[in-house]
Design a protein around this ligand. Structure first.
Ligand SMILES: Nc1ncnc2c1ncn2[C@@H]1O[C@H](COP(=O)(O)OP(=O)(O)OP(=O)(O)O)[C@@H](O)[C@H]1O
Length: 594
């Protein structure tokens, strides 16, 4: 509704307003812009000069007695055409390059902005949609910033110039043309609106389907395991079908309109030509003037036609610009303060939660944490246990400052995390997640993820300490073996040891460990446990524990239930207490203890 309103109140300019986001990018390329502008003006000027030369040729050239006059006219025409060709080629080059340049800058900037946004942004966004914005919307803009804007400008110049010169050539014939204009233009405009509305709906459906397809491809194992291929394919097919049906009806309408347009344009041309012919016959106009007028009329009509074609594209690009601006307008929810408190290069690792309550921004349920207070001394090893959804991972999220607490504060060395630069804070932390992400890169690159400057010796040390050296030696190219989607898939135990080596390499004083729940074979299990022991040594460690062995080695156990800290102590004291821990221990760790 709002959309229609802006259209009705002459909102064309308003609709294009999102394209203003391109201005700063364009202004960075002033030299290219100037070159494109000069080429554009030269090409338009040369095009408009051609009919003048044609008229002179008809009126004087053919009747001139000496061949030299004819030659000079033809020579001048050749000169004009040469300028036109050179200017058009320069225009094409500069305008296209501006488009490419702007889009390369924009893509890089949008992605780098995305990486700086808070976790809460990604909680709410769909990754498929973000990827589509990054590729499809920027491509759409490339066409707009480059060729389409140039086509529009060129045709606008040509249209205005040709109309002006038509009036100068023959006001009376121009009046006839102007009278015919509404008959041609009005149906086009009315129709264009309807087509755009429908095309937009189809595009949205397709974008939705693409996001869905991206998810389905990413989760292809789940799709197959649940034999959902047909359902997934059918959903995508429906969206594609909708896009097709929309395209069919708009194409049919467009085809009809093309016929209508051609008829009206040529009919009015014929009327103008007939009227002009009368004038020539009665001697009121020279044949050359009529020729010149017709030439301008054809130029003006052609320019109008092209303008109406690129209009849709430019409007689409405005939509893309709007979507990209939305991303660029997002501000990171977690930011460094203006004057962050400086941390020592290596903190001791004293952590405290002080009456912390937290609720996820996107959380449907109530608080994820309620009034949590505890302290961790430097070098202490603390196990966190509790039922699923108790808030264990949330503790890590707050400690990494992915979110800020809704109430209370989290401190490192007594300093509120909000007073630290988040990057400086995270530099002090190594994390071993439950399920490691292995990127499509070499093993060495994967290990260096947290410390790109680590040398080969450090890499080998970390691999050895993580008990990964043996399986690495068995890989076809050792550390240079390609992993991930395009390379070798690692087993669960191998992935865990890669995660541990990656964390070791980071040499951070604080370790956050989310113990894997999946069972490993006993050989891998022994290797992983030994690697973890090495990793935890000398570090302040918080571990979300699932194994009795890990819990027994902890200095202290925190028991969470429904976002509250319900028990705290060692294994023995908590068993004696016979509360939630004792119950969980009986249920969860029976197999371990056996
Ligand atoms: N990104 C999020 N957005 C909204 N709610 C969330 C988010 N992450 C977790 N929650 C909710 O917060 C609560 C605590 O979740 P958390 O992941 O901390 O539990 P957990 O103890 O680590 O569970 P598990 O052992 O199953 O991993 C849950 O109710 C969960 O649904």
């Amino acid at each position: 509704m709002a959309n229609e309103d802006t259209e009705r109140t002459g909102g064309r300019a308003a609709k294009l307003r999102p394209l203003a986001m391109l201005v700063p990018y364009l202004l960075r390329r002033k030299a290219m812009l100037a070159a494109a502008g000069v080429a554009l003006l030269l090409a338009a000027g040369a095009t408009l000069a051609i009919p003048l030369a044609v008229r002179r040729m008809i009126d004087h050239g053919f009747s001139a007695s000496d061949a030299a006059t004819i030659d000079s006219y033809f020579l001048a025409l050749c000169g004009v055409v040469a300028v036109l060709a050179a200017a058009s080629s320069a225009r094409y080059y500069f305008v296209t390059m501006i488009g490419e340049r702007v889009v390369a800058d924009l893509r890089a900037e949008v992605f780098s902005h995305l990486t700086r946004l808070g976790i809460d942004f990604f909680d709410a966004a769909r990754s498929g949609e973000l990827v589509s914005r990054l590729s499809a919307d920027t491509t759409q803009l490339k066409a707009a910033a480059g060729s389409n804007v140039s086509i529009a400008l060129r045709n606008l110049l040509l249209f205005v110039g040709a109309i002006g010169l038509m009036v100068a050539t023959s006001p009376w014939l121009s009046l006839l043309v102007v009278a015919a204009l509404p008959v041609v233009v009005l149906p086009l405009v009315a129709f264009g609106r309807r087509v755009r509305g429908r095309a937009r709906a189809a595009q949205d459906a397709l974008a939705e389907a693409t996001a869905f397809a991206t998810e389905a491809i990413g989760a292809v194992r789940i799709v197959k395991a649940f034999t959902a291929e047909n359902r997934v394919a059918a959903r995508f097919r429906d969206a594609a079908e909708l896009a097709y049906r929309t395209a069919r009806s708009t194409t049919a309408a467009r085809a009809l309109l093309t016929g209508f347009g051609i008829f009206v344009v040529f009919a009015s041309m014929i009327i103008v030509l007939w009227s002009g012919a009368q004038d020539v016959l009665s001697g009121r106009m020279s044949p050359g003037t009529l020729g010149q007028f017709l030439f301008y009329a054809v130029l003006a009509a052609g320019a109008l036609g092209e303008l109406s074609q690129v209009w849709g594209e430019i409007a689409n690009a405005a939509g893309s610009a709007e979507r990209l601006s939305e991303i660029l307008r997002e501000t990171p929810s977690v930011r460094a303060p203006a004057q962050p408190v400086a941390l020592p290069t290596r903190v001791r690792g004293a952590i405290a939660f002080e009456e912390v309550s937290f609720r996820y921004p996107e959380g449907e349920r109530g608080a994820a944490l309620t009034d949590i207070s505890f302290q961790v001394a430097p070098g202490e090893r603390v196990a966190i246990i509790g039922p699923s959804g108790a808030g264990k991972s949330t503790l890590f999220n707050l400690l990494l400052r992915f979110y800020d607490p809704s109430a209370g504060r989290v401190t490192l060395e007594g300093v509120d995390l909000r007073r630290l630069d988040p990057a400086a804070l995270r530099d002090q932390i190594a994390i071993v997640p439950q399920d490691t992400t292995v990127f499509a890169a070499t093993l060495a690159e994967n290990l260096r993820f947290g410390r790109p400057d680590a040398d080969d010796a450090a890499l080998a040390r970390a691999a050895r300490a993580a008990h990964a050296d043996e399986f690495i030696a068995g890989l076809p190219q050792g550390f240079d073996t390609l992993l991930g989607e395009r390379g070798i898939a690692l087993s669960g135990g191998q992935r865990q040891r890669v995660a541990i080596a990656r964390a070791l390499l980071r040499e951070a004083p604080i370790l956050l460990l989310d113990e894997a729940t999946s069972a490993l074979d006993s050989e891998s299990e022994v290797a992983v446990q030994a690697a973890l022991d090495t990793l935890m040594r000398g570090r302040t460690t918080l571990v979300i524990a699932h194994r009795l062995a890990t819990i027994l080695k902890a200095d202290r156990i925190l028991v969470l239930d429904d976002g509250r800290l319900v028990e705290e102590g060692t294994h023995e004291t908590l068993i004696l207490k016979n509360g939630l821990y004792a119950r969980l221990a009986r249920l969860q760790f029976r197999a371990d203890a056996a």
